[in-house]
Design a protein around this ligand. Sequence first.
Ligand SMILES: Cc1cc2nc3c(=O)[nH]c(=O)nc-3n(C[C@H](O)[C@H](O)[C@H](O)COP(=O)(O)OP(=O)(O)OC[C@H]3O[C@@H](n4cnc5c(N)ncnc54)[C@H](O)[C@@H]3O)c2cc1C
Length: 565
Amino acid sequence: MSQRVAPHDQTEHDAVDRYGAATHAVFNQPRELADYNLFSGDAALQDGVAREGAGWASNELATLGARLGSAETLELGTLANRNAPELDTHDRYGNRVDLVRYHPSYHQLMRLAVEQGLHASPWTEPRPGAHVARAARYYMQAQVEAGHGCPITMTFAATPSLAKEPDLARHWLPKIHARVYDPRNIPAADKQGLTIGMAMTEKQGGSDVRANATRAIALGRDAMGETYELVGHKFFVSAPMCDAFLTLAQAPGGLTCFLAPRWRPDGTKNPIQIVRLKRKMGNVSNASSETEWRGALAWRVGPEGRGVATILEMVAATRFDCMIGSSAGMRMAAAQALDHCRQRRAFGALLIEQPAMRAVLADLALEAEAALALTLRVARALENRAAEPREDAFARIAAPLGKYWICKRTPAHAYEAMECLGGSGAMEDSPMPRLYREAPINAIWEGSGNVQCLDVLRAISRAPQTLDAYFAEIDSARGADRALDAHVAALKEDMRDLGDFESQARDLCDRLALALQASVMVRSAPTASADAFCAARLEGRGARNWGALPKGLDLAAIVKRALPR
Ligand SMILES: Cc1cc2nc3c(=O)[nH]c(=O)nc-3n(C[C@H](O)[C@H](O)[C@H](O)COP(=O)(O)OP(=O)(O)OC[C@H]3O[C@@H](n4cnc5c(N)ncnc54)[C@H](O)[C@@H]3O)c2cc1C
C-alpha cells in the first residue's frame, strides 16, 4: 500500500510550483492507515484476550499484530482481490488438470496463516486459552484479507469430523496439522502440509442438504478405511485446490459423510472436475467452483446415514469463524473511518471532533467492540465445552445466535463506515468497497440467517438446558443496567411459549443476541461503552440509523478507546 504524503506545508507547494510542475497542493487528505499494530493498537482486543484466558499469548499477538498491520502485508490483501483466481480445466496438450491459478499474494497470505497455526493450533497445542488466542490471531489476519480465511477455516474445522475415523485420522491429520503450506497440485503423499475443503451444497439444496443427490457406491476397504465411489455434482466448492474435501452423498444407508482426495493414493487424478469458477460479488481472492464428481474415490467418515451429524461438527467450527471474520470486518471498517476522521477537516474542524460525526463513529465502534466481546466469549465456551456441561449448553445456543447476529450487522456497518470517508470511501482504491462487498457473505454461507435462528430453536427444544445456560450467563450481569434487566425480563416472558417460534424467530433471536452482547459488554467493557451500548440498543426508540444515540453518553471516551494506535 503506497504511502501518500500530504504536503500540509505551503512552502513545499510554492517550491514545486516555481518550476511549473504542480497545479495544486494536496492537503487535507489523510495518510493511509498502515504500519500500525493490529493488537497493541486495539484496546478492546487486548482486554478481551486477557479476560477470556489468553493473556499468555499477548507478546506473540503483538508481534503478529505489527506484521499484519504493516503496509507490506496490507498490500497483499489488496493484490489478492485485484487479481481474481483463474481456472484451467485442461493443460495446453488437452489433459484434464483442474488447476486454479491464484495471485502470489494469496499464497503469501495462506502461508502466513498456516505458519501462525490458524488452521490447527488449538488441536496441536491445546492449553487453556488456545481457542481464544487462535481467534485473536484469526481476527487480525481477517482484517488484512477475508478470502483466504475460507480454506484456513475449513482445514481447522475438519479435525473433529476426521478424528471420528482413526485410520483416516492417522494418515491425514499430521499433515493437516503441519505448519507447512504447499499449494502444489500433486498427491497428498508427496506433500508435507495439506488443506481441506467442504463440498455439501448441490443445485437443488444448500440449507437442506438432505436433498443431496450425489450417490456413493461402496467399493471395499483399504488402509484408510471403507472406500466408495461418488457420482454427482456440487454447486458450491470453495477453495477447490484443497487436497481433500469433506462431502456428503447418499450411501445405501442414507446420507453419509466422506473424505474425497484430489489425487488418488495410486497417484492418478481423482475425477472431481471443476466446471467453472463462480463470479462472486465479494470474497474475490477465494475461488469458489461448481464441480462434477465422476466416480471420485472417497473414504467414509462416520456411519452410513449419519452424514449430517458427522459433518455438523465441522460446520459448527466454520460458523464460529464467520463470527470472527465479520467481527474483524467491522473492526477494520471502524478503524478506517476513525482514522480518516481524525485527519480530515471540514467546516473548520476535524471531523472526529464534530458532534454529529462523533456520534456515528462512537456507534460504529460500539458495534465492533460488542461483536468482538461476544466472539471471544464464545471462543472460551467452545474451548471449555468438553469439560464443562454448562459451557457446552451455552455454546450450543450462543454460537448460532452469534453467527446470525454478528454476520447480519456487518453489511450496514460497512456501508456507514464507508460514508465516513466521503466520496473516496466509494472508490475502488480505498479498502472500503472490499469490506462492503465482503460483508454479506458470512451471513449467507455456513447456514443463512433463518437457518441459524431455527438452529437456536432446535437447540432449545432438544435440550432445554441450553436456554438455562444462556439465561444463567445473562443473569450474571443482573442489576448492572436497568435497560438490560427490563429487556431480559420481557425476553424470559416471551420465551415461555415457543409454540410460534418459527414466525417469531427473527424477533426472538435479535433480542436473545442483543441481551447476550449487552451482558458481555456490561461485564467487560469500560463503563462509557457498556452504558452506551445498553442505552442505544436496548431502549426501544423505533427505527434508527447509525449515530442516533441517546443524550448524555460519553462519546469522546468511546471514540478514543476505539482509535487504531
Ligand atoms: C461465496 C460462497 C461460497 C460457498 N462455498 C461453499 C462451499 O465451499 N461448500 C459448500 O458446501 N457450500 C458453499 N456455499 C454454499 C452455501 O453454504 C449455501 O449457499 C447456503 O448454505 C444456502 O444454501 P442455498 O444457496 O441452497 O439456499 P437455500 O437453502 O435455498 O436458502 C435460501 C434462503 O432460504 C432460507 N431458508 C432455508 N430453509 C428455511 C426454512 N426452513 N425456513 C425459513 N427460511 C429458510 C435460508 O436462510 C436462505 O435465506 C458457498 C456460498 C457462497 C455464497
